[in-house]
Design a protein around this ligand. Structure first.
Ligand code: BDR
Ligand code: CA
Length: 320
């Protein structure tokens, strides 16, 4: 078992985030934007939890609430081969639960692409993918050398190994959405670091904490409460959990504080079947070598989230 490598680039660590916001993506983006250790060079928007038009609108609203401007780019609008399916039950119609959002209206046809965002980088970046792997797979198909030149490191929230899936009994949502894309990515020789459900499931915000967020004195705290209470309702119904699993904050937290997660070099396979095995990830001696996160320190991750994104809950570690 090896600890996650410290970012080799100078501080702040340059990152591009490909994401499908999404309630936990929203917290992950806010954590990245509020972390001085990271230099968020751009955000690429993908379908996934919701359709791309909603995900784009949500990212614009998240940036507005963070008081920051960052380049936004268009990633994938649909899976490579599979039909488009979104996670409305998990993240709501808008993608952000009950949180109020403006109407989606941007025409994305002329927006910058993920390729253009990568090409504009003056130094290699860490690419973090928090949704289906399709955006990166498309760039790899079209401009493999560009990815080699500009992506120094790739960290992906995807897959599950020893725990039950959240989409089929064996599959995690991002892997399930586009198994063919994830397969292309893990075979691309990027040394992808996979952050699977096995570790992200341990990052939970309790329903009591979400309720407390509703009493925040700041408007964005109450806005996040409206997003998260939808997520809690979903987890109560589907997972019998009194809280919500905020998967996507873990890859970001691990860039900020490498000690929160440990990785193990692993050979894996992505199953391209249909049915319950669609998007299943498993160890396979014949598969490409990547790294898989196997250990996590949820207390430190929650502490970071509370201090930087949910300040009205900071100090909650002492209560839980
Ligand atoms: C992943 O799927 C989505 O619901 C979350 O945003 C996360 O990226 C967890 O399986
Ligand atoms: Ca996501």
């Amino acid at each position: 078992m090896t600890a996650s490598p410290h970012p080799s680039s100078p501080i702040p660590h340059p990152v591009i985030i490909d994401t499908d916001p999404g309630i936990d993506d929203c917290l992950a983006l806010l954590l990245a934007l509020k972390s001085p250790e990271l230099d968020v060079r751009g955000i690429s928007i993908s379908y996934g939890n919701t359709v791309i038009e909603h995900a784009w609108r949500n990212a614009v609203e998240i940036l507005r609430r963070a008081g920051q401007r960052r380049p936004l780019a268009v990633g994938a609008r649909r899976p490579l081969k599979r039909p488009l399916v979104t996670a409305r039950d998990t993240h709501g119609d808008s993608g952000l639960g009950y949180a109020a959002v403006p109407r989606a209206g941007s025409v994305l046809d002329f927006a910058k692409t993920l390729e253009q965002l990568l090409a504009a980088q003056t130094e290699p970046v860490t690419l973090v993918t928090l949704g289906p792997a399709t955006s990166l797979a498309l760039v790899l198909r079209r401009e493999r050398e560009l990815v080699r030149a500009k992506v120094a490191r790739h960290v992906a929230m995807a897959g599950c190994f020893r725990v039950k899936g959240n989409t089929t009994p064996h599959s995690e949502f991002n892997a399930w959405c586009d198994p063919e894309a994830l397969d292309i990515v893990v075979r691309a020789g990027l040394g992808t670091e996979l952050v699977p459900l096995d570790v992200t499931r341990q990052i939970v915000v309790t329903s009591e904490e979400v309720a407390r967020l509703g009493q925040s004195s700041d408007d964005t705290g109450r806005w996040l409460h409206d997003a998260l209470r939808f997520y809690v309702e979903f987890h109560r119904r589907r997972e019998r959990l009194d809280g919500c699993v905020v998967n996507d904050i873990l890859p970001i937290a691990a860039l900020v504080r490498p000690e929160v997660m440990a990785l193990r070099p692993s050979r894996v396979a992505v199953i391209l079947d249909d049915g319950d095995d669609r998007g299943r990830t498993r160890g396979d001696k014949a598969g490409p070598e990547i790294a898989v996160a196997e250990q996590v320190r949820p207390d430190l991750v929650r502490q970071l989230l509370f201090e930087r994104v949910l300040p009205s809950l900071a100090g909650a570690e002492a209560h839980s």
